[in-house]
Design a protein around this ligand. Structure first.
Ligand code: SF4
Ligand code: SF4
Ligand code: SF4
Length: 421
């Protein structure tokens, strides 16, 4: 079986099993970065992110960007679209120099995200990102996100990316992907590199024409470029078997892909062993109990795939119960966030708690929903505006899934929780 068939097979598997992996990796970098700059770095809370990043970095430094060539579903989507657009009458051919200059754009995107969104907190809600919108739709069998997500800026950018991919191979990867920028920097240091002694080439430029990332291979005897995504089209297309990678591309590809995918699965497991330490490291904000009016309030916030709704009970000015009414996120991520966030809010009597590593968006959804509910109880909103729905509902409700006020996180009826799918 040819290398390309095996690669497509792995891409399909990745698409089905871990369509959001590329978001998880970038999200993990975001979590670690934000924790470091805010001085709230806690190993107990961030270990899944750290493990995922460590494996991705190690795999990339050893083998290069196999993740991009084999596992990333956003890359696979671009490959599919480029194939679909193969017979389009108009295919632009970018001059080598223009292509080289445009490839620097992704570093500007990375810089903007790190400085503008992560550091200075410009409006950075997930609907900015075409990646995130795609990740939600790629996992459609787990439940479609709200239509509004697709009509967001991220949705518009996704459409532009998809249109661009019909004409330019790996359009987003080459020019815009911030994660691609990180990978390109890392893979410059990789141990295993593709070699192609030019002495045997003559006037042939076949591999240059086949390169997914438009690397001018005819210039080199060894591929040092960080742009190489290890798609292995060059090794397969060479009529003289002159392009080589040792160890065998198939072995390295499989090992690298398995390592990253495996760690992603492990990282998404709940973290009960660290739960005690993690709650100690959470920020305990100023109590709001003295300003809360008694009653039961419902509120909603934006999770990863759409709305999270909660019911919050206030007695004697204190938050005593929080029940999840409904959520749209994937269960494994939501459970991971819920297992910590709700008990911490009750313990600290505040919504200013840390998000759970590896379940950031689900955490934000719960926090903003509780915050939203408490506005009707007299609380001043404490989360960013973009995660807040415009209106606040006040309605006494029956609890579907409660946590006790002592913060022990005991569940009262798992099966009764609603789930929007
Ligand atoms: S460059 Fe970005 S979008 Fe492209 S394959 Fe790599 S991580 Fe995925
Ligand atoms: S150099 Fe070869 S392996 Fe790297 S991107 Fe180009 S064709 Fe793919
Ligand atoms: S396809 Fe093979 S022979 Fe042709 S330029 Fe590339 S390495 Fe040389």
């Amino acid at each position: 079986m040819s290398m390309q068939k095996i690669r497509v097979g792995i891409q399909i598997l990745g698409f089905i099993l871990i369509p959001e992996l590329f978001i998880s990796i970038f999200g993990a970098i975001e979590e670690i970065y934000k924790a470091v700059i805010s001085g709230s770095f806690a190993l107990a809370a961030l270990w899944p992110d750290i493990l995922l990043i460590a494996v991705v970095v190690i795999a990339t430094v050893i083998w290069g960007r196999f993740f991009c060539g084999f596992l990333c579903s956003f890359g696979a989507m671009q490959d599919l679209l480029y194939l679909a657009g193969k017979h389009l009458p108009f295919k632009p051919h970018l001059p080598e120099k223009a292509d080289r200059v445009l490839k620097y754009l992704k570093y500007a995107v990375l810089l903007f995200i790190v400085l503008g969104i992560w550091t200075f907190a410009l409006p950075g809600d997930m609907v900015w990102s075409p990646w995130t919108v795609f990740g939600m739709y790629a996992a459609f069998w787990k439940g479609l996100p709200a239509q509004a997500v697709f009509l967001s800026l991220g949705g518009a950018l996704l459409l532009i990316t998809m249109a661009g991919s019909l004409f330019v191979e790996r359009f987003f990867c080459k020019y815009l992907c911030p994660m691609g920028a990180v990978f390109a920097l890392l893979s410059r240091f990789r141990v295993f590199r593709i070699k192609k002694p030019a002495g045997e080439c003559g006037n042939c430029r076949s591999c240059t024409g086949k390169c997914s990332m438009s690397i001018p291979l005819y210039k080199y005897e060894r591929v040092d470029s960080g742009e190489c995504i290890n798609c292995m089209k060059c090794t397969e297309s060479c009529p003289r078997q002159n392009v080589r990678l040792a160890p065998a591309p198939l072995v390295t590809g499989l090992v690298a892909a398995a390592a990253v995918a495996g760690v992603s699965m492990v990282g998404s497991l709940p973290t009960p062993v660290f739960a005690g330490e993690a709650s100690e490291s959470s920020s305990v904000a100023e109590t709001e109990a003295n300003v809360l009016k008694d009653g039961t309030y419902t509120g909603s916030g934006s999770g990863f795939r759409g709305e999270t709704s909660v019911s919050v009970k206030v007695e004697s000015g204190k938050i005593t119960d929080i029940s999840v009414e409904s959520y749209s996120d994937d269960k494994k991520y939501f459970d991971k966030a819920e297992s910590r966030i709700i008990s911490e809010i009750i313990e600290t009597q505040s919504t200013e708690v840390d998000t759970v590593g590896g379940a950031t968006y689900s955490s934000k959804g719960i926090i903003s929903a509780v915050d939203n509910a408490l506005v009707a109880a007299g609380k001043t909103p404490s989360v960013s505006k973009e995660t807040q729905p415009e209106s606040t509902m006040v309605a006494p409700t029956e609890h579907k899934h409660e946590r006790n006020g002592d913060g022990n996180g005991e569940r009262n009826g798992e099966g009764r929780r609603k789930k929007q799918r």
